[in-house]
Design a binder for this molecule. Structure first.
Ligand code: ACO
Length: 323
């Protein structure tokens, strides 16, 4: 059986760290409110010279190094982002150029915070379809550029960053025949558009726009949607929560993560949390968390890992894989 196996992972964060206390000088808020409601303590904010393309390139290079590969070894690039450098061409093509690649193909995927899970699912399907051996799957965002910095209900929640993995398709064999992506589940429901959207775009206002969110409404739907796709991949993979080694959820809010883990019966010690350090980095949040847990030795070869995300659209999805 053909499986897409993760060969390497890498991350990149903007130089500047913005702690919660900085918001206290800008608006009516407090470190205590932000930590208590979200778990966020700080986030990274991109400088002018740091873009979705440059952060994506840095994460891609780190993932290639981690895999012991070069851009020559890659056949396709899938970039998950909602904050592209330009309306077109796709930022993935910019990253391809920055990597010095003149072969293969590259495209962007837009599923907001679920983008990385969508991109991994798509790359996995393309690799198993034949004709391509290795994919770079990147989540890169500069949400700081689309925030309304006077809206305390949203601007304290997000941060910038990028994460990437190298996926390689191989014939499962021997003891590790169950390595790689075991099951995926994607969902979307566009009737929830007004709860989380950007109020601009090329075809409507001709502007970039700002992020608008009814946080309480998103919160209300999040746990149910997350558990729905996770139960689906558990059923497809023939496993239960007890079999999991690591749960790497989208990092939007610590309360949502803990409530989902509790509902699914996943031990909190198996949950990777980086929202305190990065805030919500949308499509970059899952690969940033994955990268942190691999770098510090928590996630090891053979571990059963669950990725999950939910975001604007609404879109939501999960990926079950053996590292
Ligand atoms: N500082 C101080 N007070 C604030 C702040 C702030 N930064 N922001 C809001 N408040 C106030 C509100 O005005 C409100 O005051 P009121 O009671 O006088 O009206 C009070 O705090 C409570 O506001 P709520 O919105 O009810 O607070 P809640 O506990 O729901 O927390 C939050 C808000 C953190 C946004 C939460 O709802 C949340 O995390 N929602 C989900 C967000 C999410 O998961 N998004 C995922 C996808 S993101 C994507 O796809 C791009």
């Amino acid at each position: 059986m053909l499986r897409s196996v993760v060969r390497g992972v890498g991350t990149a964060l903007p130089r500047r760290i913005m702690k919660n206390a900085e918001f206290e000088t800008m608006m009516e808020t407090s470190d205590a409110w932000i930590v208590q409601r979200t778990g966020i303590k700080q986030r990274h904010i991109a400088a002018e010279d740091e873009t979705t393309a440059s952060l994506g390139e840095a994460a891609a290079r780190a993932a290639l190094d981690n895999a012991g590969l070069t851009p020559d070894d890659i056949d396709l690039i899938v970039l998950a982002t909602s904050t592209p450098n330009n309306t077109f061409p796709a930022t993935s093509v910019d990253i391809q150029n920055r990597l010095g690649m003149r072969h293969g193909f590259a495209f962007d995927m837009q599923a907001v915070c679920s983008g990385f899970v969508y991109a991994v699912t798509t790359a996995d399907a393309l690799l198993r379809a034949g004709g391509n051996r290795r994919a770079l799957v990147i989540g890169s965002e500069t949400f700081s550029r689309i925030l309304d910095w006077e809206d305390r209900t949203t601007c304290v929640l997000f941060g910038d960053g990028a994460g990437a993995i190298v996926l390689e398709v191989e014939e499962g064999a021997g003891e590790m025949s169950d390595r790689g992506i075991l099951a995926t589940s994607l969902r979307a429901d566009g009737s929830h558009k007004e709860k989380l959207f950007v109020d601009g775009g090329p075809s409507t206002t001709g502007t970039v726009g700002h992020l608008r969110m009814e946080g309480r409404e998103v919160f209300k739907h999040a746990v149910g949607m997350i558990t729905d796709v996770i139960e689906d991949v558990f059923a497809k993979g023939g496993i239960t929560a007890d079999d999991l080694d690591w749960f790497v959820p989208h990092q939007a809010n610590r309360r949502i993560i803990e409530a989902s883990a509790k509902k699914l019966g996943i031990d909190l010690e198996k949950v990777v949390i980086t929202v305190d350090q990065h805030g919500n980095t949308s499509a970059a949040s899952v690969p940033l968390a994955l990268g942190a847990a691999v770098a510090d030795g928590r996630i090891k070869k053979g571990d059963l890992v669950l990725l999950e995300a939910m975001g604007g659209g609404f879109t939501w999805g999960a990926v079950l894989l053996r590292w």
